[in-house]
Write a protein that binds this ligand. Structure first.
Ligand code: IPE
Ligand code: IPE
Ligand code: MG
Length: 225
């Protein structure tokens, strides 16, 4: 799919961390932090479009996050249904939404059908947009992605090399990450985009995800430009 951006359009990837602590500091339940985090993502998408970013990829839920308490997981699932339901906003912004994660039919996958449906519908309903590509990582883990890519490369008969692995990643169209952001003071990569972020600059900030604003994004972008 052609986009309005030249090949060098920036790819910013965010590990959206610190929702729970953001809420805790305010005496609110963790779920309120996740709700505010989703709202902030919607705000950030608008800002990223204004900044002419080509690709914005965000870590919404990891393969490990299923271990969290059931009510918290349910709340986060509902927020992904809401996020993928923001089709009118995405169309207004000419943003195409994508999803990256374990295939729904893989043995370990647990994504409920209502979230699968929201994801599929949002992808279809924004497929014609030619501006920024927003990729949401849900039930995503970088090591699993690499194992699957290597297996697929081997069984395709192409041999295992940098090109063939790249062609068999979950989303082969995703370009290399220019800047990897992690919020909330944690300085870890946490199994996110291990292959795609091999050469990324890294922006660590103490700001919690719900507080990651325009100035924060600009500070991250300064590392790439
Ligand atoms: C990030 O915020 C959101 C998800 C991992 C889903 P956290 O929930 O990890 O917030 P902290 O790290 O506990 O503050
Ligand atoms: C990473 O955050 C995953 C997401 C932001 C979705 P976590 O808070 O789950 O990560 P770790 O386990 O502390 O590294
Ligand atoms: Mg966390």
């Amino acid at each position: 799919m052609p986009t309005d951006f030249p090949d060098h359009a920036l790819h910013v990837a965010c590990i959206m961390d610190g929702n729970g602590r953001w809420a805790g500091r305010r005496g609110l339940p963790r779920t309120e932090g996740h709700t505010e985090g989703e709202e902030n993502l919607a705000r950030l998408v608008r800002i990223a479009v204004r900044r002419n970013i080509g690709w914005l990829t965000v870590f919404g839920f990891s393969t490990e996050n299923w271990q969290r308490p059931r009510p918290e997981v349910r709340h986060i699932l509902g927020l992904h249904e809401k996020l993928f339901g923001r089709v009118a906003e995405l169309n207004e912004l000419n943003v195409r939404i994508q999803w990256i994660g374990r295939p729904f039919d893989s043995p370990m996958a647990r994504t409920p059908r209502y979230v699968q449906r929201a994801i599929r519908k949002a992808i279809t309903d924004t497929a014609g947009n030619t501006g920024m590509v927003l990729t949401v990582a849900f039930d995503y883990g970088g090591r699993s992605e690499l194992v699957a890519a290597v297996e697929a490369a081997r069984s395709s008969g192409e041999g295992v090399n940098v090109e063939s692995i790249g062609e068999h990643l979950y989303l082969p169209e995703l370009p290399p990450v220019d800047v990897l952001v992690r919020t909330s003071g944690e300085q870890r990569v946490s199994n996110f985009l291990l292959w795609q972020a091999a050469g990324a600059a890294i922006y660590f900030t103490d700001a919690a995800w719900p507080d990651f604003d325009e100035a924060e994004l600009d500070a991250a972008l300064a590392l790439a430009r």
